[in-house]
Design a protein around this ligand. Structure first.
Ligand SMILES: [Zn+2]
Length: 480
């Protein structure tokens, strides 16, 4: 019979019970017929004891063999020593080319605790410094799968937002700037607007002095500013700890965004508004947006939270750049979103015939563009609104399966398109005549996309430059 227990742990357990009984190596050795040097090697995890010897040792120590074979350090000191040995044996530590520390009986517990703490922090930072965009994408894909299974509805955040908003004295409709300030005060924070925020941070919270620093209010009462303040508060309200890995970081980002949206478009009022519109067969993101004074994208995203849970409507949401690449997407209605080999949708080109792209070709862009699209997964009705930023145009699409179009304004549109994607003959392959004319004679140089999920620099907070943040806080805490 071979022993499968970790030898280092076994050695620590033998030593623990031996010293607890006041026995020296020599004394125990004499009783079990083993040399002290042999027992020492066993206690140090350097030699595997025969089972007969182990049985004798247990008998002499007045315990069961099973007590020795428990795969758990017998006390705190042993746990620290085992941890130090285990962490030093890892690849991460080996890659640093530093010497191995061997704890002796004279090494203080604090020294070992400090070593373990440093090793763990080193590992945490290594996990945060995502090695490749692929890993970041994988974490993102997993999160999207989880959300899709929940129909993009997070009840615990809805409840928290409802409760927190009610405490500000809010009575209905959109949350006002004043109410956001009151919410901050109730949490013990003052909102401070500054124009020298560190480049890498959207907001900075000073936990010591109870302040949330935000960018200057360039658009008075702007929706973006209220949202940012709410996101900063959400970290506190949701009890976020420093993210452990990239997946954790993404999850926290999602939760604070969700919380802000759930405050700015509170569930009760938003659902009442949408249910009325559905009853009138006049649902539109446009109206939802205007009624809550938010952006088209925020309204569309909020609709994804509430549509299935409260209106029983399955749907999809797309944000597509004017280059045709999907920037954000969500579906629980079966629309076949383009994916790469890892299952990621971000950065993938959507079908040229979808309204998310055909909307760009329309001249009247002040209102939503409506279209029915036949796909291999059925017919969908979509409403697309285009917009633009400094970095180019984009479109926001909310769509539903054909049967659900009856609840929406724009269902009477006569625009109809056919999409056979992902079949490449749909819109990916050049037309035969053009292929004949230009095949072999074209040499384009690709424009590199700023990756949506690029690796983040490591630090105690992903993507943020600590030194900048601390210098900023230091300056503000002492100057005002
Ligand atoms: Zn296509």
């Amino acid at each position: 019979m071979t022993i499968t227990v970790d030898l280092a742990t076994l050695g620590h357990r033998i030593r623990h019970f031996r010293t607890a009984r006041g026995l020296t190596l020599g004394a125990l050795g004499a009783q079990v017929g083993a040399a002290p040097s042999q027992l020492s090697l066993i206690e140090n995890g350097k030699r595997e004891p025969r089972l007969s010897l182990l049985t004798d040792i247990a008998a002499r120590l007045g315990i069961e063999v099973a007590d020795l074979l428990v795969d758990e350090a017998p006390d705190r000191r042993s746990r620290l020593e085992l941890e130090v040995a285990r962490l030093q044996a890892g690849q991460l530590y080996a890659s640093l080319g530093l010497p191995t520390v061997k704890p002796t009986s004279g090494t203080p517990d604090e020294t070992l605790a400090a070593l373990v703490g440093l090793h763990e922090e080193l590992q945490r930072r290594a996990r945060l410094a995502i090695a490749t965009p692929e890993e970041a994408r994988r974490a993102n894909n997993q999160l999207r799968d989880v959300l899709q299974a929940e129909n993009n509805y997070l009840g615990f955040i809805e409840d928290l937002a409802e409760e927190t908003v009610a405490k500000t004295g809010h009575t209905g409709g959109a949350l006002t700037h004043r109410e956001v300030t009151v919410m901050a005060e109730q949490l013990g924070f003052k909102l401070v607007y500054v124009d020298d925020l560190p480049h890498s941070a959207r907001s900075v919270t000073d936990l010591a002095n109870g302040r949330i620093y935000l960018p200057p209010a360039s658009i008075p009462g702007g929706h973006g500013l209220r949202s940012m303040a709410l996101q900063a508060m959400a970290h506190r309200l949701l009890g976020h700890e420093r993210p452990d890995d990239y997946a954790d970081f993404l999850r926290q980002r999602l939760e604070i965004n969700y919380f802000a949206a759930a405050c700015l478009m509170p569930q009760r009022d938003a659902v009442a508004f949408l249910q009325r519109a559905k009853a009138d067969r006049d649902l539109s993101i446009e109206d939802f947006r205007d009624s809550f004074g938010t952006t088209h994208e925020s309204a569309a995203l909020r609709f994804t939270n509430l549509a299935t849970q409260h209106l029983g409507i399955r749907m999809h949401f797309l944000r597509v750049g004017d280059d045709g690449a999907l920037q954000k997407g969500y579906e629980n209605d079966g629309l076949p979103l383009p994916t790469d080999a890892t299952g990621a949708i971000e950065g993938q080109l959507v079908c040229r015939n979808w309204s998310a792209r055909t909307a760009f070709t329309h001249t009247n862009r002040t209102t939503e563009f409506y279209q029915y699209t036949d796909t291999p997964a059925g017919t969908f009705w979509c409403a697309t609104q285009t917009g633009s930023t400094d970095s180019g145009g984009f479109s926001i699409t909310v769509g539903v399966p054909f049967d659900e179009a009856k609840w929406f304004r724009g269902r009477e549109t006569t625009v109809r398109a056919v999409s056979r994607c992902p079949d490449e003959s749909c819109c990916r392959r050049p037309a035969a005549d053009l292929e004949a004319r230009w095949g072999g004679n074209a040499w384009p140089s690709a424009r590199l996309h700023a990756h949506i999920l690029a690796p983040l620099p490591s630090g105690s907070f992903p993507g943020v430059d600590d030194s900048e943040v601390y210098a900023f806080l230091d300056q503000h805490a002492t100057s005002d």
